[in-house]
Write a protein that binds this ligand. Structure first.
Ligand code: SF4
Length: 425
């Protein structure tokens, strides 16, 4: 979501006649888009702003803006500690950037009103460059009503607001006309999408409507909440081939006791039931998840349950983190009972297990032919390209840049824990 906000702000600047540069020293305006999901972000942000204000001393015309989730929560502190910053725009106010740009030359007109939560979620301005030329990110909803005990997002992003399906479809049609082949539908909890102009349109209905758009070949979405993940959605994925065979379904813990403390509103068994639906109805499905280790009160037995869940599900990928307390959240009041040392060793144990699972799963694909959409140049080898399967597996192969954006069939010849290596067939 933050990445897409950056993309939006980049488009606004281009619209205003700015050009992009890789060199901070050449910039006329620098926006620092911040995140606050994890701890220790504050130090990073202020170090960065400190460096930028030195640049501002050399170039008095430089405009510095701070945007995003941290800006939403710590507006006054940023202004107090960094008076050289020209404006601060929280995550819920980013769509006001064009207005702010109009008053930038009058620093006294800083935009510091509180956000208007009733505003609609807006899309990407038509005709402007997105970061990727292959995948178009499209916001379908913003904010969250779930208040998981560890999560700061509802405070930073506000309450859930869905965007009208008509607008979403218009934006996707525009992207298809610009030759985008893949869309990534974004929302904090896409499964609870509900069209504000027609309440009968759910997320599954929206997926079917997107499926009808000519030119769009792949549909992805993040993030799903297990409590709202319905069997109807599983059937929709099964029956509509452009919907990618990949689901990111954050479990967070394998222990029902910890899930309750986390306020996740599902049990281990309920989560496992949804995994079973997916595997039974769509055998080729790729499933990934998020895990937090060391949540307050997590004892060895809870952690073992998380480990056993990993073994049972055999995820294709996980994002795993040590619990870090965030101000404003419910868990911030819980005593942080698990020591840093234990958190660290649990995380290492978990990641080692997952690495073994991924290695074995990827190894079983060697010799198979898969279809990929080529989307990038390999970070390790400039002569190699990367593509993704519908199930979100990354495949590296030798090829020239003119293959970018094409669908190819490749035979898997080698595998590692995080990626596959193939050759064109
Ligand atoms: S569902 Fe929970 S973890 Fe996800 S954004 Fe909402 S509060 Fe945070």
């Amino acid at each position: 979501m933050s990445e897409h906000d950056s993309e939006y702000m980049g488009a606004v600047l281009l619209q205003k006649g700015y050009l992009s540069t890789e060199e901070e020293s050449q910039a006329d305006i620098i926006l620092v888009n911040t995140c606050c999901v994890r701890e220790k972000v504050e130090h990073k942000i202020f170090t960065k702003l400190g460096r930028l204000t030195k640049l501002k001393r050399q170039n008095k015309k430089l405009i510095i803006g701070v945007t995003g989730c941290y800006a939403q929560l710590a507006k006054e502190e940023i202004k107090r500690r960094m008076p050289q910053v020209d404006f601060v725009l929280g995550a819920q106010e980013i769509r006001r950037l064009p207005k702010v740009m109009g008053s930038l030359r009058s620093p006294q007109k800083r935009q510091d009103k509180m956000p208007d939560e009733s505003r609609q979620v807006e899309g990407f301005p038509c005709g402007f460059r997105r970061r990727s030329s292959i995948q178009a990110m499209v916001t379908i909803m913003e904010g969250c009503n779930n208040f998981c005990a560890y999560c700061i997002v509802p405070f930073a992003r506000g309450r859930e607001r869905s965007r009208a399906s008509e607008e979403i479809l218009r934006e996707i049609k525009e992207a298809a006309a610009e030759a985008y082949k893949e869309v990534l539908l974004l929302g904090q909890n896409v499964n609870s999408y509900c069209d504000p102009s027609n309440n009968s349109i759910s997320f599954a209905d929206l997926l079917i409507k997107v499926h009808q758009i000519e030119g769009i070949e792949r549909i992805r979405y993040v993030t799903s909440h297990p409590k709202d993940f319905s069997f109807r959605l599983v059937e929709t994925i099964r029956d509509y081939p452009k919907i990618c065979r990949h689901v990111h379904l954050p479990v967070q813990s394998g222990s029902t006791r910890i899930l309750k403390l986390m306020n996740r509103k599902y049990s281990r068994d309920e989560y496992m039931e949804k995994i079973e639906w997916l595997k039974r109805e769509i055998p080729e499905i790729g499933i990934s998840t998020d895990i937090i280790v060391g949540f307050p009160e997590e004892i060895e037995d809870d952690f073992k349950q998380t480990m056993s869940l990993l073994e049972e599900v055999e995820f294709d990928g996980i994002y795993s983190f040590k619990y870090s307390p965030r101000p404003l959240t419910k868990a911030y009041q819980y005593p942080d009972t698990v020591s840093e040392e234990v958190k660290g060793s649990r995380l290492m144990e978990l990641q080692a297990l997952q690495k073994r699972i991924q290695l074995a799963k990827n190894q079983s694909l060697v010799g198979r032919v898969v279809e990929i959409l080529v989307d990038s140049v390999s970070k390790k080898d400039p002569h190699a390209l990367c593509g993704r399967t519908s199930s979100n597996r990354i495949v590296n192969f030798k090829g020239s840049p003119d293959l970018m954006g094409k669908f190819l069939r490749v035979k898997i010849i080698r595998s590692g824990p995080n990626s596959l290596f193939g050759e064109r067939v």
